[in-house]
Design a protein around this ligand. Structure first.
Ligand SMILES: [Mg+2]
Length: 132
């Protein structure tokens, strides 16, 4: 059985993106357990009982969106300390500004470079604030 040192929760409604992420973690972050949720609602539930070391949050989600989920995470005592990285297809300057204002630890847009993505994840897992 594999032993995982840390866990990351990925909230994503697109199945293909989820599969891609699974492969990225297997190849580049093999000691990190990837938890998955396809809605923000489910993600919040998992976040509160598993308390992952990092959350990667899609913004465009059915039902509650990534910003709303972020507000809920930050208002909850048990999840407020978890760094959250936004990953989104929305690449307008205003989107990035909004993400920063919402308190995301990092924001990257799809499609992203695996190398850049992996670097950010490792930094956030190490407890280092990411500075682009
Ligand atoms: Mg989406």
């Amino acid at each position: 059985m594999e032993e995982y040192q840390q866990s990351v929760l990925y909230v994503e409604d697109n199945e293909l993106n989820m599969v891609l992420m699974h492969h990225i973690f297997k190849k580049h972050l093999p000691s990190v357990l990837l938890l998955k949720a396809e809605t923000a609602e489910l993600g919040l539930e998992i976040a509160s009982y598993r308390v992952p070391d990092l959350i990667i949050m899609d913004i465009g989600l059915p039902g509650m969106n990534g910003y709303e989920a972020m507000d809920t995470l930050k208002s909850d005592e048990s999840t407020r300390h978890i760094p959250v990285m936004a990953i989104s297809a929305f690449a307008q300057r205003s989107d990035i500004e909004q993400a920063k204002a919402t308190g995301f630890a990092a924001y990257i847009t799809k499609p992203f470079q695996v190398k850049v993505f992996t670097h950010i994840v490792k930094e956030l897992l190490a407890g280092d604030p990411y500075t682009p």
